[in-house]
Design a protein around this ligand. Structure first.
Ligand code: GDP
Length: 295
C-alpha cells in the first residue's frame, strides 16, 4: 500500500536496517523523507512540522515488535498517524432530530460550491431524503441560474428570490419553505468571492445566525494546496465549520489539503468531489487519502 513511501525511504533506511530498533539518531533521515513527501503533497508547512514531531515521538516510544523490521514498523506508524489525524472513519452528514436538516455551504468562488450543493442534493436523494436547494448568491445572477439548471438536472427544487433580495432573508425563507413542505434537508448555497473578504464573512455569519444550520460545510478546492490551510483557519475562526468537502480530486493534486483542513479545524472532511458531473461525489475515507498523500 505504501510502496512509494517505502521506496522513497530506501536510502534513509540503510542506517536503520542493521539496527534492531528505532532511535533518535537512526530515524532522522526517514523523518526528513516523510516531511518531503508531505510538502510535495501540498500539506501546509506548520501542519507538516506538527505531524513529523508526532510521528517522531510515536516512533521513538514504539515497542520493538519481534519479527517486524524497524523500517516496516516506521511506515505503519506514519500511515496510522495520517489516518488518525484525518479522523479514522468516514463521518456521515449530520441529520437533525426534526426536519429539516439545514446544511450551509461556504467557500470561495470557483471552488465548486454550487456544484457541490447539487452533488450533495443528489446524494441525499439517492438515500431517499428529500431536498430543497436555496440560492443566496445574489451578486452573481449566473450563480442562481446555475443552481436552477442543476436542480432541473437532478430533479431537486430550488428556492430563490431573484438577485434583488437580501441573502439572509432568502436563506430564512428557504428554510421556512422546507419546514412547511416537510422537506428532509435544505442546502443553502452562498456567495463566494475570489478572496476572503469581510463583507462575505459578515453575511455568512448573519445567515448562519439566522438559520442555525446543523452542518456548515467548507468547500475547499484541493488544487489550492498551501492556501487551503489559511482558508480553513479564517472560515473556522469567523464562521465555525462542522465539516468540509474537498473538490477536484480527479485532478493531479495529491490531496494534502485534506490533512491541513482536518488538522487546523478539527472538522472532518465528509465528501470529496471527483469530477464536474453531479454524480461525481464520494464519501471521504481517511485511509484512502493517506495512501494518496504519501504518493
Ligand atoms: P463555485 O463558484 O464555488 O460555486 O464553483 P462552481 O460550482 O461553479 O464550480 C467551478 C468550476 O469547477 C466549474 O467549472 C465546475 O464544473 C468545476 N468543478 C466543481 N467541482 C469539481 C470537481 O470535483 N472536479 C472538477 N474537475 N471540476 C469541478
Amino acid at each position: 500500500m505504501f510502496e512509494a513511501l517505502a521506496d522513497r525511504l530506501e536510502g534513509a533506511w540503510k542506517k536503520l536496517r542493521g539496527q534492531d530498533k528505532i532511535s533518535q539518531s537512526n530515524i532522522q533521515d526517514a523523518l526528513r523523507e516523510v516531511r518531503r513527501a508531505l510538502l510535495e503533497a501540498d500539506v501546509n508547512l506548520q501542519v507538516v512540522k506538527d505531524f513529523v514531531t508526532e510521528v517522531e515521538t510515536k516512533a521513538l516510544g514504539a515497542e520493538v515488535i519481534t519479527g517486524v523490521r524497524p523500517d516496516q514498523q516506521f511506515i505503519k506508524i506514519v500511515h496510522d498517524e495520517l489516518v488518525q489525524v484525518m479522523g479514522q472513519e468516514n463521518v456521515p452528514l449530520a441529520q437533525a432530530d426534526h426536519s429539516p436538516t439545514v446544511v450551509l455551504m461556504a467557500g470561495l468562488q470557483g471552488t465548486g460550491k454550487t456544484t457541490a450543493t447539487a452533488k450533495l442534493a443528489l446524494h441525499l436523494r439517492k438515500l431517499e431524503r428529500s431536498c430543497l436547494m436555496v440560492a443566496t448568491d445574489v451578486y452573481r445572477p449566473a450563480a442562481i441560474d446555475q443552481l436552477i439548471t442543476l436542480g432541473k438536472q437532478i430533479d431537486v427544487p430550488v428556492f430563490e428570490l431573484g438577485s434583488d433580495a437580501d441573502p439572509v432573508e432568502i436563506a430564512r425563507q428557504g428554510v421556512e419553505r422546507a419546514k412547511a413542505e416537510g422537506v428532509d434537508t435544505v442546502i443553502i448555497d452562498t456567495a463566494g468571492r475570489l478572496q476572503i473578504d469581510q463583507d462575505m464573512m459578515a453575511e455568512l455569519a448573519r445567515i448562519k445566525e439566522t438559520v442555525q444550520p446543523d452542518e456548515t460545510l467548507l468547500v475547499v478546492d484541493s488544487m489550492t494546496g498551501q492556501e487551503a490551510a489559511n482558508l480553513t483557519r479564517t472560515f473556522h475562526e469567523k464562521i465555525g465549520i462542522t465539516g468540509a468537502i474537498l473538490t477536484k480530486l480527479d485532478g493531479d493534486s495529491r490531496g494534502g489539503a485534506a490533512l491541513s483542513v482536518r488538522h487546523i479545524s478539527g472538522a472532518p472532511i465528509k465528501f470529496v468531489g471527483v469530477g464536474e458531473k453531479v454524480e461525481a461525489l464520494q464519501p471521504f475515507y481517511p485511509d484512502r487519502m493517506a495512501s494518496r498523500i504519501l504518493g
